[in-house]
Design a protein. Structure first.
Lengths: 197, 562
């Protein structure tokens, strides 16, 4: 494209616009937030409305996996910062740690569900609590899974040594999604395990 | 600014074999081609949804008619509503936004061209899925074909007990798929508008169409998602035995209404704001005057966007809510008339003192102004809860929202078709046929929808497949159906005009309307890269500045050289 045309306006116009990737990710996060809002509203609306079966009293607060997931926000932030400075090794290490922390979270959720299904006899069709609980926590777990697939893809490239400083921007955009998944967990945790019990 | 086409030769393109050309359209990521695909797709469904409306009107033309069975009638109004909202209006909105926004902000393409193609094909497959229900909807129980639960599909009618078979699943899935396409489209539009503007195109200089589409895209993100969430819940209920809307297990049918209308009412504004956008571009050009009150128009639009998310429960007045909730939603619904009224006054003030050219696009815009005003007035009537208790669920409501959608949105869409057809095709339409289309449609529209209010006031309920003679509804229903004939002929004239002009129309040149926005500075149709050099903008009417170097707009801008 011609550069003479860009320089034309008087007064040496500086023309800087935000990055499309970041704006797009924030827009996607806005849409996803609206989906979660509806599921959270449904959960709160149906609290204590189950006619039969188990109640939220059977839940155990998942402290360990919550700590893991929230820590992964710090490690992914450190990974992106390292990549911006060109420290490939540090990036790969922090990124893999993020992946492992996320995987521990997902494993913990699986264990919790296994307990609820086998011991407490709660499944999605048991009662309203089951329906709303598995939907809300499951929707979040689905987002964690999607995040892990993306993190894993980058991890493979990092291990092959293909992720370099110039990839900091897309990697940073991916980290925004991961932070979003964390923030949603703060909301879900508060609603399900603090307010809801 | 270059106005010459470089390297684009229509004869060369036409010489390629048909399969090659079709392959080009299917695999394209060009925003202009995707925009045209959206629009063509929407026109096909406009005809399909129109045929469904005709079937209903023939059935209701006289009492005790048996043109279709009650079952088919239910399918017709369900499919008509779903088709017109999700597979006509939404794709047309995204189609025009796709085509025009990058051109108007001086960009090469959308921010994410492949996401753009992905969004279009999702929307397209959503529509196909909905219509596949006609052949694939029998399901295990052999019950039902097309969905017949109404376009807002109230619970518990959608439960497995009352909707056996798969017709409701086709409805749910098609809206889920198309909804994801819409969210992709909105993400793309926001990123494009915020990040790809050409130098000098500040937010305060963007054409109003771009501003309005930015508002719509933001609205789509926040209001389509609740529908997606509600559809997921419905799927959980139907397939995993969930109880979200299962009243026998403590679930609530009313919460579906809230979730649906949290989407459903703002959706009206998702559709009408782009109509405002067309009017805001077309009225100034044919009045030969800059738009009146640009900043107020932007503020009013964004205001409508926000208020529209706080009015949904006026659809639930007749369900029964607390006095506090009724009061809040009455007031918020009436409040939205204020920014809307501001817009109508601004369009009138734009025309006031202008030199008005009554070409076809302008005719449609002028009719839109009057009709949209009346639609807004019946809206204020229905916003009043006591009156809504009387009129809710009657044909008065049907007449009201068709006045908005046909008299407001569709008229502006026709204006947009005629206004940008020369840009998209490179050829002029036939003015005489355009005017014939306009007059046929005005007569047909008013016959149908003016007189539809009356049986509503007389108590005729919505969604009935027939009625008893002698209730005073007969003659009004006949007039309503007669109006449809004029509209159908109008549509035939419209489609015929576009097809004939596409092949034989006069060459349009790059700027047939002597307009002021950037899309008219490139060739018609624009080359794949849009602009040979990146345009630089110094005011809200960049082409005016080029055409009138002695009196450019930027001189009058705050901080300008004048």
């Amino acid at each position: 494209m011609s550069t003479t045309a860009v320089a034309a306006p008087a007064g040496g116009l500086r023309w800087e616009l935000p990055s499309p990737g970041k704006v797009g990710m924030f827009a996607l996060i806005a849409a996803e937030s609206a989906i979660f809002v509806i599921f959270v509203v449904a959960y709160l609306f149906y609290l204590g409305k189950s006619l039969t079966g188990p109640t939220p009293a059977i839940l155990h607060t998942p402290v360990l996996i919550t700590v893991c997931l929230l820590s992964s926000s710090l490690t992914i932030h450190a990974a992106v910062a390292a990549l911006r400075k060109g420290k490939g090794g540090l990036f790969a290490g922090a990124w893999l740690l993020t992946f492992v922390l996320g995987a521990i979270f997902l494993g913990g959720t699986a264990r919790e569900w296994g307990h609820l299904i086998r011991v407490e006899g709660l499944w999605i069709d048991t009662n309203l609590f089951g329906t709303t609980y598995y939907s809300l926590v499951g929707l979040h777990a689905f987002h964690v899974t999607a995040g892990l697939l993306l993190l894993g893809t980058v991890a493979v490239f990092a291990l092959l040594g293909k992720v370099r400083r110039e990839h900091a921007e897309p990697v940073d955009i991916l980290s925004l999604y991961w932070h979003f998944v964390d923030v949603v967990w703060v909301v879900v945790f508060t609603v399900v395990y603090v307010i809801g019990r | 600014m270059s106005t010459e086409s470089v390297g684009w030769t229509p004869t060369e393109l036409a010489a390629r074999p048909l399969v090659d050309r079709l392959h080009g359209w299917v695999t394209t990521v060009d925003h202009k081609r995707l925009g045209i695909l959206y629009i063509l797709y929407a026109i096909v469904f406009l005809v399909v949804g129109g045929v469904e409306a005709v079937v209903m009107r023939i059935q209701l033309a006289q009492p005790h008619n048996d043109f279709v069975s009650p079952q088919v009638f239910n399918q017709m109004f369900t499919m008509h509503g779903t088709t017109m909202i999700f597979f006509v209006a939404m794709p047309i909105v995204f189609g025009f936004a796709n085509y025009l926004v990058p051109l108007m902000i001086g960009a090469r393409d959308m921010a994410f061209p492949r996401l753009n193609a992905f969004s279009f094909w999702l929307t397209a497959f959503g529509g196909l899925l909905l219509y596949f229900s006609f052949v694939g909807g029998y399901g295990l129980y052999g019950a039902g074909t097309a969905p017949d639960v109404g376009w807002f599909a109230y619970a518990p009618l959608t439960s497995k007990t009352f909707s056996p078979g798969h017709s409701t699943d086709f409805w749910t899935l098609s809206l889920l798929v198309a909804g994801i396409g819409s969210i992709g489209g909105a993400v793309n539009l926001i990123a494009t508008i915020l990040c790809l503007r050409c130098p000098g195109m500040t937010l305060g200089r963007m054409p109003l169409l771009v501003w309005l589409n930015l508002t719509v895209a933001g609205l789509v993100l926040l209001v389509i998602s609740p529908l997606t969430a509600a559809q997921m819940m419905l799927m959980i209920d139907r397939y995993l035995g969930g109880h979200f809307f299962d009243t026998q297990a403590g679930g609530s049918a009313v919460i579906w209404m809230h979730f649906f209308w949290v989407f459903g009412h703002p959706e009206v504004y998702v559709l009408v704001i782009p109509a405002f956008a067309f009017a805001s571009e077309i009225i100034p050009v044919f009045s030969r005057k800059a738009i009146f009150g640009y900043p107020v128009m932007v503020a009013a639009t964004v205001g409508i966007g926000f208020i529209s998310m706080a009015v949904w429960a006026h659809h639930l007045f007749t369900i029964g809510m607390s006095a506090a909730a009724n009061t809040f939603f009455v007031l918020s619904t009436m409040a939205i008339a204020v920014p809307t009224g501001i817009k109508i006054f601004n369009w009138l003030a734009t025309m006031w003192g202008g030199k008005i050219h009554f070409r076809t696009p302008m005719l449609f815009c002028v009719a839109f102004l009057f009709q949209f005003l009346i639609a807004g007035l019946t809206g204020v009537m229905l916003a009043s809860a006591p009156l809504d208790w009387q009129l809710g669920g009657s044909y008065f409501v049907v007449a009201h929202f068709h006045y908005v959608i046909v008299g407001g949105i569709l008229f502006c869409l026709f204006a947009a078709f005629y206004y940008w057809f020369p840009k998209m095709s490179g050829r002029m339409y036939l003015e005489r046929l355009g005017k014939l289309h306009f007059w046929l449609f005005v007569v047909g529209f008013h016959l149908t929808f003016d007189f539809m209010h009356i049986p509503g006031l007389l108590g005729m309920p919505r969604r009935i497949y027939t009625y008893e003679p002698g209730r005073g509804w007969d003659v009004w229903n006949l007039i309503v159906t007669v109006g449809v004939v004029f509209q159908v002929v109008g549509i035939l004239v419209f489609v015929g005009n576009l097809l004939w002009s596409l092949l034989h129309g006069e060459r349009a040149g790059s700027d047939p309307w002597d307009a002021w926005t950037l899309e008219w500075s490139t060739t018609s149709p624009p080359p794949e890269y849009n602009f040979a050099t990146v345009p630089v903008v110094k005011s809200r009417r960049p082409l005016w500045d080029v055409k009138h170097p002695e009196d450019p707009d930027w001189r009058y801008e705050p901080g300008g050289a004048g």
